[in-house]
Design a protein around this ligand. Structure first.
Ligand code: FES
Length: 133
């Protein structure tokens, strides 16, 4: 724990205190090449943290709602499938990523790999009476 404590309380503050950050706006224009080079690593770290935070917030907002692309102008997405249209089997999308909505087009696969989710379709199949025993 001492290593972490020392890093946070001593090493980082000393490093930041040693950065050539000017006291005034005009001071930025008087920095030399060596000063600018010294500012690159913390700029990359701050930029990386900012980018990662932005992506995390963006994903959190996107995952806040289930439907992010299907008929967003409608108050509620409701579909009817006629039983006669089912045939032997029909796969209905439950991940809300299908471009053939309400049918599954396999888009749940890339979604599951990208997010760690485990969504999949509901498969409706016609069972012959003799198979249903
Ligand atoms: Fe959505 Fe398959 S595409 S469940």
């Amino acid at each position: 724990m001492y290593i972490v404590s020392n890093f946070v309380k001593v090493t980082v503050p000393n490093y930041l205190a040693g950065l050539p950050i000017p006291d005034s706006f005009g001071g930025w224009f008087r920095l030399g090449v060596k000063d600018w080079l010294a500012l690159i690593p913390p700029t990359i770290v701050i930029g990386g943290i900012s980018y990662y935070s932005y992506q995390t917030i963006k994903q959190a907002r996107a995952f806040g709602r289930i439907n992010t692309m299907i008929r967003l102008d409608e108050k509620k997405v409701v579909d009817f499938v006629e039983i006669e249209d089912i045939g032997e089997k029909m796969s209905l999308c439950r991940c809300w990523k299908s471009k053939k909505w309400p049918l599954c087009d396999g888009a749940h696969g890339p979604h599951n790999r990208a997010t760690g989710d485990n969504t999949g379709p509901v498969v409706i199949r016609r069972v012959k009476p003799e198979e249903n025993k």
